[in-house]
Each structure stands twice: as C-alpha cells, then as structure tokens.
Design a protein around this ligand. Structure first.
Ligand code: BV8
Ligand code: ZN
Length: 244
C-alpha cells in the first residue's frame, strides 16, 4: 500500500505535516461537507456556513449550528485520529493542520494542532469578539454576549471570512518546511487550506494524499492512496514502527 519511496522518506524524516478535512471524522459519524450527506434539511452547507446567513436568518443559522453541536456531543475520535497521535509521538517535528471544527483531534490527544477554521465548541461574540468556551445549544433563543449583548456565533471561520492570520502563517511555514505532507480526508477545494500541499510541494516535500476518492490534488500528489483514513492510517503507523 505504501511505496518504497515513501518508506525511505518515512524512515529518515524529521519533519512531517498533515492537513485533515471532514473525511477523517466521517468514520466517527460526523457528516462531511460535500459528500451525499453534505446537505442539511435541503440547504447546502456552504449557504449556511456564511456570515450573511447569520445576518439574514440568525434563527436558521443557529438551528444548523445547534444541530451540529448536538450531533458532536456523543461522537468519539476514530482510529484515524488516534493514528495521528502516534505519528506525533514518533516524529520530532509533526504539525497537524486541520480544517475540521469538531474538536476530535484534541479529544484524541494531539498536542500541536492548528485549527485553521476554528472550533465549533467555542462561542464568539460577533460584535466585541469575546470568546467563551461554552458550546451552548440553541434552544430557540438567540445567544447574546454577556459583555455587550451582541449576537453570538460559533468560533469558526465562515465562508467569506478571513482565517486567523497567525494560524494561517504557522500552517504555511510548517507546510513549506516539512519533508512529507499528508492530505487526509479532504476534497482539497476550500481555500486557502487547499493551497498548502502545493506550497509544500514547491518546497520539495513528498505529497501523500489519503482520501476515499480522487480530488483535484490527486494528479499533483506523489502518491494517492484511495480508501478510508480509519483503516489506512493505523497501517501507516504499524509500517513506520517497523522501519524506524
Ligand atoms: C477566505 C468552518 C478570504 C465552518 C469552513 C479562491 C477560489 C475560490 C473560492 C475561494 C477562494 N478563496 C476564498 C474562496 C471562498 C471560499 C472557498 O474556498 N470556497 C470553496 C467552496 C471554493 N473560502 C473562504 O471563504 C475562506 N475565506 O478565503 O477569506 C476571502 C474573503 C472574501 C472573499 C474571498 C476570500 C474560508 C474558508 C473556511 C470556511 N469554513 N468550516 C463550519 O465548519 O461550519 S470550511 C468547511 O469546508 C469545513 O471546515 C471543511 O473542513 C472544509 C473543507 O471541506 P473538507 O474538509 O474537504 O470536507 P469535504 O466534505 O469537502 O470532503 C471530505 C473528503 O473526505 C471527500 O473527498 C471524501 O471523499 C473524503 N472522505 C469521506 N470519508 C472518508 C474520506 N476520506 C478518507 N476516509 C474516509 N472515511
Ligand atoms: Zn460582545
């Protein structure tokens, strides 16, 4: 399943990067964005996960995010998440960059996680920016900030919003400095995250894609392994343990 070229690199590498997307959480039961279940009550996720949706119809927006928070209450990390905890332990310099907002990499135990799209378990005031660690459920009353009574929203990056520039710069630096870059469970279309593997490649990294289906990245990757992250990643860890 893994090429000789990859095994050679894994044996001697010091710095690794992984970019994960919704696909790594699919086996935990979290719906992906663009898969068949990427729709919610006949709305496209991309139309709901936007600042304009929050302004235009805050009740619908909060119904959607309340549903997602409830859904995440009883999901657990899967073997794919735990494999990345092992990889963090085995490599001196491993940076996990995630587009996911589901908090599952933290729950699994990774310590160095760049959550470039934020974290749905935190709540932020859309007026004064105060962030609280409370994933309040939406029970029909729009959540308001205790400080300024502004409308609150989950602490995630909505479509059309800029990413936290410190986090993005760190993700870009790690991508440009790593020897092996894994793109795992992402359709590789959402910018600026989708540019990270190309930045890594331009700086000489070996690009490995692990995904359930081909993506626009596949023809640029050095290796594309089609399959489930929850099955492939534990095998990758076993292989690394054997060769290092
Ligand atoms: C921005 C938080 C500046 C919210 C998210 C350039 C060109 C075109 C468009 C743009 C561009 N630059 C900016 C844009 C607009 C937009 C964008 O990229 N749109 C896309 C749709 C083209 N980008 C933005 O708006 C970004 N902001 O750039 O600011 C700016 C400002 C104004 C105007 C322009 C620019 C902000 C992007 C962040 C948006 N927030 N999430 C929330 O979650 O509620 S992104 C959202 O999509 C999720 O975070 C998700 O992680 C992310 C990416 O999706 P994926 O993770 O890839 O998930 P997906 O379902 O697509 O794919 C899953 C894959 O897994 C599939 O391939 C499937 O086959 C595979 N899979 C399934 N099961 C498994 C599996 N693989 C392995 N194992 C399995 N078991
Ligand atoms: Zn406020």
């Amino acid at each position: 399943m893994f090429s000789e070229k990859l095994l050679m690199r894994l044996k001697h590498a010091v710095s690794l990067c992984a970019l994960t997307g919704a696909g790594i959480s699919a086996e935990s039961g979290v719906p992906t964005f663009r898969g068949k279940d990427g729709l919610w009550e006949k709305h496209r996720v991309e139309d709901l996960a936007t600042f304009s949706a929050l302004k235009k119809d805050p009740e619908l927006f909060w119904k959607f995010y309340g549903w997602r928070r409830k859904l995440l209450k009883d999901v657990q990390p899967n073997l794919g998440h735990y494999a990345l905890v092992d990889i963090e332990r085995m490599y001196e310099d491993f940076t996990l960059i995630t587009q996911n907002v589901d908090n599952l990499h933290h729950l699994a135990g990774n310590r160095k996680v760049l959550e470039i799209h934020g974290n749905i378990m935190r709540t932020r005031c859309s007026e004064c920016g105060t962030v609280i660690d409370d994933p309040n459920d939406y029970s029909g009353v729009l959540p308001k900030c205790e400080k300024c009574s502004g409308l609150q929203r989950p602490d995630v990056v909505l479509f059309g919003e800029n990413l936290d520039e410190k986090l993005l710069r760190k993700a870009q630096e790690s991508s440009a400095g790593c020897e092996i870059f894994f793109s795992i469970g992402t359709s590789a279309v959402v910018e600026p995250a989708a540019s990270l593997p190309y930045l890594a490649k331009a700086n000489g990294a070996y690009i490995v894609e692990i995904n359930a289906e081909e993506t626009p990245l596949s023809s640029h990757a050095d290796e594309t392994i089609i399959g489930q992250a929850g099955k492939i990643l534990p095998q990758l860890v076993m292989t690394i343990e054997r060769i290092r």
